[in-house]
Design a protein around this ligand. Structure first.
Ligand SMILES: C[S@@+](CC[C@H](N)C(=O)[O-])C[C@H]1O[C@@H](n2cnc3c(N)ncnc32)[C@H](O)[C@@H]1O
Length: 178
């Protein structure tokens, strides 16, 4: 929606038909000067073979936070079905493909959060950050985004009192440069 409003041409990729359909509904508007062309594609961020090398000006991506929230039950390519270690392994392919399709000197923004296991922090966002750096990106900015009242907040609030830990109230927007 923002891309269309800013008159940028965009390719939106998701493995889930539901996400694609929601996007289709959101971009179904007319607004003066909003001329961005939107191409929605059911696809896997690990394999963007329909995009040539160095063709993209900006990547904005918001992966699942491993299996913290499951976005589907039976879509094999859905990374939200993977436990953290497998998820991180697959994110290496996402980072590699992102690097391949992005033009030189352009940016790749990725929003990523953390979780807890047995009451202790698992800072998997930093693992993802390292994976993108290892794929060749440099970290241009690290932006902290507050997050409140998410779908899972009630669950975490109850457990934080019960097991004595702090609520995770932020996630990270990593901005990488190729
Ligand atoms: C945190 S949501 C982000 C949703 C939406 N793009 C946004 O930014 O608001 C994560 C999305 O990643 C999608 N996803 C999971 N595995 C994927 C994969 N291998 N390739 C592309 N998208 C995937 C899920 O279907 C889900 O819609």
């Amino acid at each position: 929606m923002e891309a269309k409003l800013l008159s940028r041409n965009i390719i939106g990729v998701d493995v889930n038909d539901v996400a694609i359909e929601r996007c289709r509904e959101k971009i179904d508007f007319e607004h003066e000067g909003a001329n961005g062309k939107v191409y929605l594609k059911k696809g896997d961020a690990r394999n963007l073979s329909f995009i040539k090398d160095e063709h993209i000006d900006l990547i904005c991506t918001h992966p699942p936070y491993a299996d913290i929230i499951k976005y589907s039950e039976d879509i094999e390519e859905d990374l939200s079905r993977l436990k953290i270690s497998d998820f991180l392994e697959e994110m290496k392919k996402v980072a590699k493909e992102s690097y391949r399709v992005l033009k030189k000197d352009r940016f790749c923004a990725i929003l990523m959060g953390d979780t807890r296991k047995k009451g202790c922090m698992i800072p998997m966002s930093f693992d993802v950050m390292k994976i993108f750096q290892e794929a060749g990106f440099t970290l241009k900015e690290l932006i902290i985004k507050e997050q409140h009242n998410c779908r899972a907040t009630g669950y975490w609030k109850t457990n934080s009192v019960k097991y004595n830990f702090l609520l995770i109230a932020h996630e990270y927007l990593f901005v990488f440069k190729k």
